[in-house]
Design a protein around this ligand. Sequence first.
Ligand code: NI
Length: 191
Amino acid sequence: MTVLPIVTVGDPVLRERAREVTPEELRSPRTQQLIGDMIDTMRAAGGAGIAANQVGELLRIFVVEVRDNPRYPYKPNVPLTVAVNPRIEPLDPETAAINEGCLSVPDLRGEVDRRIRIRVTRLDRDGAEHVEERHGLTAGTFQHELDHLDGVLFLDRVRDPRTFTTWEQFERHHRDAFVARITEFVERVGS
Ligand code: NI
């Protein structure tokens, strides 16, 4: 397993649509190695998720995992999830403003509206299909990763550019209010 370099905003690979993975491709040692490397890279960088575009591969694969993440201490834990050819359907129109960051956008956070109840359909790394509901911040994480596969960054979805902050200024000026609001929200909608 290998920790891969993460590409940053400005690299055209982050703006391209990743393509579907075929069953043969998913079984191949190369793709299985890529998935393992993406897991290692996400963990080494302390991210909540990473998409294939972020390591320079245009395949529809992302991984998500939250285990008491110090980068996002308010996020509920999410078991390691590998999503191949994922689809997301919103279950209702309700959205919430969520403060997001991204491993490909160093030192910037901003507020994005995300659906808070979604159905995720995905293949796992063995090609088995799973259909799951995800709620709240976890739903937001899945939408953020799926966006990557469509060449979309959270930057594109920030409605009010005045919500952009560095991580340091977020900690200093915005964290307490956000965490108070989001803690109540996580208790209400779950994950
Ligand atoms: Ni990201």
